[in-house]
Ligand binder design. Structure first.
Ligand code: SF4
Ligand code: SF4
Length: 160
């Protein structure tokens, strides 16, 4: 983990040490409890503008120059949830042209704005909702869940 340990990370480290058994899954955050929740990200609607990253004071978000085209071919994707008209047109075009599911994500070449994928680190997120307010595309929302199991997994993979 490159950034200095915040009080939150120290608390999570302590919880991990105290945990007698691994949490089985996410728990619901009780109504009115601030500071807990999880970002839900819709990569198909994201135009990689970076506004969410700029407002996140906890360094929980970053932009990776990769794009998984299979998200556009997912039959469960609701195109109406994509606000950008350009993006909707592109998705429809990809759907018409694609003959098979791509096997891997593509690297977005330098100098091509509008494409990329947001990476999210639960461990740093304080569920402040600033990213939700900053995202004009509706690509981010906060789910009222706290996923300690996933947070512990993240911490483990960071320390490897
Ligand atoms: S999630 Fe929203 S604010 Fe963040 S990069 Fe994507 S479109 Fe921009
Ligand atoms: S909810 Fe707040 S801390 Fe979490 S990713 Fe969004 S801006 Fe960052």
């Amino acid at each position: 983990m490159s950034k200095p340990l915040t009080k939150r990370v120290l608390l999570l480290n302590l919880l991990r040490e105290l945990a007698i058994k691994e949490p089985e899954g996410p728990i619901e955050v009780p109504e009115g409890l601030e500071g807990f929740g999880e970002v839900h990200y819709n990569p198909a609607a994201c135009i990689a503008c970076g506004k969410c990253i700029n407002v996140c004071e906890d360094d929980a978000l970053s932009l990776e120059n990769v794009l998984d085209l299979s998200i556009f071919l997912d039959p469960h994707l609701n195109i109406d949830e994509i606000r950008s008209e350009n993006r909707r047109i592109l998705v429809e075009l990809i759907r018409k042209l694609a003959k098979r599911m791509p096997e891997r994500a593509i690297i977005v070449p330098d100098g091509i704005p509008g494409f990329g994928t947001i990476r999210y680190k639960r461990v740093f997120c304080t569920a402040c909702k600033k990213c939700v307010e900053a995202c004009t595309e509706g690509a981010i929302r906060i789910l009222p869940i706290f996923n300690l199991k996933a947070i512990f997994e993240e911490m483990r993979s960071e320390s490897r």
